[in-house]
Write a protein that binds this ligand. Structure first.
Ligand code: ATP
Ligand code: ZN
Length: 289
């Protein structure tokens, strides 16, 4: 499809699909119902969405089949793709961990020397062993890595751990973190040479940054007696000065401020004690700093 549109690859069906679409919609892209199509053009932006298997995305971006892609950092590193890591996206977080029998305890990474470790991430594990100067045998397995120790195929495993329930079922426990991953925006290394596409990409990045900033912030509104204003201001984070508006009741003011999402529950009691009332916390859709 040589229509000059920016081509963005996202996971067709899996853990990252919904969140990737959600992020793009928050960026203001009008994406029609894609119902199993490979390529979808957005209605209000010069962008084609390519729905692909996540494992194929790094290589397609490297080869220019897609200009950019959203994929797990773990997959990018594992595929050793030569692409630009543009931005971490704050979702699809997961942790690759070294794990092994419950009745063993590994405190020093050196204890892995000479052992066999099963994983479906041989490249990431090899990097980890190289960085830590470990000599161990990597057994590559494509699925159900957690059964390898009980089959006698390996001594330990290196796998994505979320709740730890799968480990427990297999009488294994976590030892140490090998790699922290999240969804990332990756780009083809030659995109700068196409100035038209490059400017579309820069615009997309601004939109993504605005959506991510907004996700991390909330808009707080409250009523404050005039003589409590200073105390309330002391409680508010000092990122930006708040907006202060008069109210019909002349002894009162309305105070509005943008605060980090996770801060509200820390400061709401202090705000109350400082004299604020009628606290209203609302989401922000986009925020350009
Ligand atoms: P397939 O290739 O068969 O479509 P997959 O296992 O590669 O499946 P998903 O399971 O959808 O694909 O995972 C996609 C990405 O989501 C992973 O590469 C990883 O970055 C991220 N992820 C986040 N949490 C988890 C988790 N608990 N388990 C596995 N991956 C996770
Ligand atoms: Zn996959």
């Amino acid at each position: 499809m040589a229509n000059g549109n920016l081509k963005l690859a996202i996971q067709k069906s899996g853990r990252l699909s919904e969140k990737s679409l959600q992020l793009l919609r928050t960026c203001g892209l009008d994406i029609e119902n894609y119902s199993n199509r490979l390529i979808v053009t957005t209605r209000n932006y010069e962008l084609d969405l390519l729905f692909l298997r996540d494992d194929d995305i790094p290589e397609y971006v490297q080869d220019g089949v897609a200009d950019v892609g959203i994929v797990g950092e773990d997959v990018v590193i594992e595929k050793e793709a030569d692409v630009e890591m543009i931005k971490k996206l704050g979702f699809g977080k997961c942790r690759l961990m070294l794990a092994g029998p419950e009745n063993e305890d590994i405190k020093e990474i050196q204890e892995i020397n000479g052992k066999r470790v099963a994983t479906s991430y041989p490249k990431i594990l090899a990097n980890y062993f190289r960085d830590n100067k470990i000599q161990a045998k990597i057994i590559q397995i494509s699925g159900s890595v957690e059964i390898a120790p009980s089959l006698g195929v390996a001594d330990y495993i290196c796998d994505i751990v979320s709740t730890g329930n799968t480990l427990k079922l297999n009488k294994l426990k976590k030892y140490m973190t090998v790699f922290d991953s999240e969804a990332v925006l990756i780009g083809n290394k030659n995109i700068e040479k196409d100035s038209d596409k490059y400017s579309k990409l820069k615009n997309l990045i601004v939109r993504i940054e605005s959506a991510l900033n907004a996700k991390n912030s909330k808009y707080l509104m409250m009523n404050v007696p005039k003589d409590s204003l200073e105390r309330v201001r002391e409680v508010l984070p000092s990122l930006k000065s708040p907006t202060i508006l008069p109210l019909a009741d002349e002894s009162m003011l309305a105070v509005h401020a943008v605060i980090p999402s996770d801060m509200f529950w820390e400061i709401q009691k202090d705000l109350h004690e400082a004299g604020a009332s009628g606290l209203l916390l609302v989401p922000i859709e986009n925020m350009i700093l």
